[in-house]
Each structure stands twice: as structure tokens, then as C-alpha cells.
Design a protein around this ligand. Structure first.
Ligand SMILES: [Zn+2]
Length: 140
């Protein structure tokens, strides 16, 4: 898929403000593009119905009905909530060519998206997202 270059974020905060708002683990992933260790995140195996929001800014990002069992160690979704809820950016860190997934509203790092892996989902895409980047709001 083609990386999408996003516009200016709607939510803009200084590094100091983000540090005050987020705990150190959240800051390391959301603002420094870190990755939580596999199989450690609180939502890896969660089946609860609801909406997953950006933990940094509260934007709605993913719905539980697109979450699937990828067995990769991180929460995996086959589609974002809407095409414009995330932005995609080419990531050549660590000698790999990957596509980074960012929150469209605040440009915080969420994870990466992979495709063509053969998962039996409608899109054959795997949005591999750090739990610590998300906040699940269960349905009523
Ligand atoms: Zn956000």
C-alpha cells in the first residue's frame, strides 16, 4: 500500500506537554516510536466489544469487530475505523522497509501495517498496534 503523507496534526503539543500527559511507557511508544514487548500488552488477546481510541489524544482509531487473532503478540486489526483515522508513513528504521501507522489527529506512533501475509480477513492487512498506544472504550 502507498504511504500517505498527512497534513499538520490537529492536536499539537510540545514534548514537555506529552511527557506530562503520558506515562513513561506510553511516551516511549507514542512519541518515540518504540515497540512494547510482544505478548505483554493489555489488549493482545482482548475480545471485549468497543472502540479503541488513541491513548495520546482520544481520537477513535479501531473497532473491536476488525480485531483478529494474528498470534503475533500484539493487537491486530484488519482495518482502521475510517480511512482518515490513521496516516501511513514509510519507515526504514532497523534496516527494514515497513509502513508505520500514526494517529491522524496527533501523529503519535501506533505501530506498523503489513499486508499479503495470508490472514483470512477481508483486507489481508494486519495493523499491528501497540496496546499502550490504545485505550479501549467498551460498548454499553
Ligand atoms: Zn492521537
Amino acid at each position: 500500500m502507498e504511504p500517505v503523507v498527512g497534513a499538520t496534526p490537529k492536536v499539537v503539543r510540545s514534548e514537555e506537554e506529552w511527557r506530562a500527559l503520558l506515562d513513561p511507557a506510553e511516551f516511549a511508544v507514542l512519541r518515540q516510536a518504540g515497540t512494547e514487548r510482544p505478548y505483554t500488552g493489555e489488549y493482545t488477546d482482548t475480545k471485549t466489544e468497543g472502540l479503541y481510541e488513541c491513548r495520546a489524544c482520544g481520537a477513535e482509531l479501531f473497532r473491536s469487530d476488525t480485531k483478529f487473532d494474528s498470534h503475533c503478540g500484539w493487537p491486530s486489526f484488519f482495518s482502521p475505523l475510517a480511512g482518515d483515522s490513521v496516516i501511513l508513513r514509510e519507515d526504514r528504521a532497523l534496516g527494514m522497509k515497513r509502513v508505520e501507522v500514526l494517529c491522524a489527529a496527533c501523529h503519535s506512533h501506533l505501530g506498523h501495517v503489513f499486508e499479503g501475509e495470508g490472514y483470512p480477513t477481508p483486507t489481508d492487512q494486519r495493523y499491528c498496534i501497540n496496546s499502550v498506544s490504545l485505550k479501549l472504550v467498551p460498548s454499553e
